[in-house]
Design a protein around this ligand. Structure first.
Ligand SMILES: C[S@@+](CC[C@H](N)C(=O)[O-])C[C@H]1O[C@@H](n2cnc3c(N)ncnc32)[C@H](O)[C@@H]1O
Length: 348
């Protein structure tokens, strides 16, 4: 059979070519986003208070005059990818002579890059696309063929900042799942970092005794309040007792065996509350049946990020169920929250 012998084969091959090229060059879209974040394009439009032309943007960003046309090409891709919205308006230049100009405005995704907002995700873009996060992929073949556990080590300081940024987004989501915390007298946020999320919970429930439990060096200089306490320790040894344990973005850092160990310690920590105690997990649950393609791709991307950074994993329902029951819990429920995460509640 000849190569491209009929129309169907040709069209299939062209589609295959587009599919392959698109996946090869996906990194360009990621990197263009990183450039926009580093330049502060969203901040410039936000400060300006209205949509801007590329020339106005270039001047606000203090770009070299030779780069105006380059910025135009970056904006074209970023607009195509949904980060900016382009409209044509009557020229606002003096003596515009009835001409038109193209202006770029923010969209919901680029609003998440505005640094002055509490929902800013710029640290996530910075951390995820940092050269150290990307370089390790160049040694993946060697890693596959050898018995090395991790491709690279997590830079905890950078990770911590990115995590805190993400917890800021949770303020909105907390309203969504406020009921989960209602009636609890005490809560320990295991692997709670510098307490961004716990502080938000404490604001909503000022009478709840909240503890942030993390590695001693992470909480060493943290100052608590009457109902917010920081304790240093090791999740593999023991966890302070409370009515409920919260684990946000902790279990995806660990393989199944270590996750079961953590969950057993969590179960022990809530044992004083009998059947009323619970463990609240905020993490990813892969669900190819209910989620659309884009969401599943994001979750599976995260899975490989966790694998390469920590030898961790994102789990589907079956995988969650296995570690939950192996740790001795009797039941659980999973509800999607915050766009791509899930709320998983475990009962003793
Ligand atoms: C991915 S971060 C999640 C931080 C926080 N829950 C959030 O979502 O912003 C994982 C946290 O687990 C903590 N951690 C790692 N190993 C630990 C251990 N052995 N004992 C206590 N905390 C640990 C890290 O210091 C880090 O703060």
């Amino acid at each position: 059979m000849g190569f491209c012998s009929n129309g169907r084969e040709e069209s299939e091959m062209y589609h295959a070519q587009i599919h392959l090229y698109k996946h090869v060059y996906n990194f360009v879209s990621s990197m263009a986003l990183k450039s926009a974040m580093e330049l502060g394009v969203a901040d410039a439009i936000h400060s300006h208070g209205e949509a801007m032309t590329v020339s106005e943007l270039a001047s606000a960003l203090k770009l070299h005059p030779s780069k105006v046309s380059v910025l135009h090409r970056f904006m074209r891709l970023l607009t195509h990818n949904g980060f900016f919205a382009k409209t044509t308006v009557a020229s606002r230049k003096e003596g515009g002579g009835g001409g038109e100009e193209t202006v770029y405005d923010l969209t919901p995704p680029s609003k998440l890059l505005i640094r002055s907002k509490s929902t800013c995700l710029a640290p996530i873009v910075k951390g995820a696309l940092h050269s150290s996060s990307i370089d390790m992929w160049h040694s993946s073949k060697k890693w596959f063929t050898e018995d090395e556990k991790e491709l690279s080590l997590y830079e905890s300081a950078k990770g911590e900042k990115a995590m805190a940024a993400d917890s800021g987004m949770l303020k909105i989501a907390l309203e969504e799942c406020k009921h989960v915390f209602e009636g609890l007298g005490s809560l320990v946020d295991v692997g709670g970092g510098t307490g961004t999320l716990t502080r938000l919970i404490n604001e909503l429930f000022p009478h709840m005794k909240c503890t942030v439990f993390d590695q001693p060096q992470v909480v060493a200089n943290m100052t608590g309040t009457e109902n917010l306490n920081f304790i240093g320790g090791d999740i593999f040894k023991s966890i302070p007792s409370a009515d409920a344990v919260l684990l946000k973005w902790v279990l995806h850092d660990w393989n199944d065996e270590l996750s079961v160990k953590i969950l057993k310690n969590c179960k022990e920590a809530i044992s004083g509350k009998g059947k009323e105690g619970k463990v609240i997990i905020i993490d990813i649950a892969i669900d190819e049946t209910s989620d659309d393609r884009e969401l599943t791709e994001l979750k599976m991307d995260y899975d490989l990020v966790m694998l390469t950074m920590f030898n961790g994993k994102e789990r589907d329902r079956k995988e969650w169920e296995k570690i939950i029951y192996d740790a001795g819990f009797s039941s659980y429920d999973i509800t999607p929250i915050c766009g791509f995460k899930s709320l998983i509640q475990l009962y003793p």
